[in-house]
Design a protein around this ligand. Structure first.
Ligand SMILES: [Fe+2]
Ligand SMILES: [Fe+2]
Length: 226
């Protein structure tokens, strides 16, 4: 559970008038995202794919700030819709598809193909420009199986998707998927992320996330929580 409200005010005084104003809300600056989320959410309610999608969306938005040549109108719908195809894979088989030690490639391809078709249906229903819809479908179809990127938008989608694995939520999720300790999950995720990223900014972010988790695993950190 994420801490949103304070549990105490040790200082005792109200400092809120010195706090900077809120940062722009992605869903307010890009209203289409809310419409897409409304149609995608139920298709993402498998194995924490819904929260994975929101974290990856936010990471993609951060990467877009560094890549003005990439079109947010393609990247943001593509990252939002990239995993909706898991909704058509037998729920009991989703983890077999991505398990360590050689997953089921056929199921990975199935979720990519289904995702591209469902993404097209959703974007057509929202009357999105057919050219954008075509680019989004091309990115979704192959987002896991294709090792090269088909353009700058695809690079950002691929990087944001993978970076999630190294976030606290990504590690919590992978630990429970495969019954791994946090250190094992970190090593597995690092092997699936580092050296597979396209943008230098994502590589820097990955090293930052990794550094944070390595500190969590130090015995000296764990002693503080006993
Ligand atoms: Fe995927
Ligand atoms: Fe994903």
């Amino acid at each position: 559970m994420i801490k949103v409200h304070p549990q105490a005010n040790h200082f005792g005084l109200d400092t809120s008038e010195h706090i900077p104003p809120p940062m722009p809300d992605l869903f307010e600056t890009q209203p289409l995202l809310g419409e897409i989320w409304g149609r995608a959410r139920s298709l993402l309610a498998v194995r924490d794919n819904d929260m994975h999608t929101l974290y990856s969306l936010s990471l993609a938005s951060a990467l877009l700030d560094e890549h003005p040549q990439a079109d947010p109108g393609v990247v943001l719908p593509a990252i939002m819709l990239h995993d909706i195809g898991w909704s058509e894979v037998e729920p009991g088989q989703v983890l077999a598809a991505i398990a360590p030690g050689g997953g089921r490639t056929d199921l990975v391809l199935q979720h990519e193909k289904a995702g591209a078709r469902l993404a097209t249906e959703i974007l057509e229903s929202l009357r999105v420009d057919p050219l954008i819809t075509k680019q989004v479908a091309a990115i979704v179809d192959g987002h896991d199986s294709r090792s090269e990127a088909i353009g700058p938008e695809d690079e950002i989608v691929k990087d944001a998707d993978k970076l999630w694995l190294l976030t606290p939520h990504g590690l919590d999720t992978v630990m429970d998927w495969f019954g791994l300790h946090r250190g094992q999950a970190l090593r597995l995720c690092a092997s699936r992320v580092l050296d597979k990223l396209f943008t230098p900014q994502a590589t820097t972010m990955a090293h930052g996330l990794l550094a944070f988790e390595q500190a969590n695993l130090w015995p000296r950190s764990r002693e503080l929580h006993q």
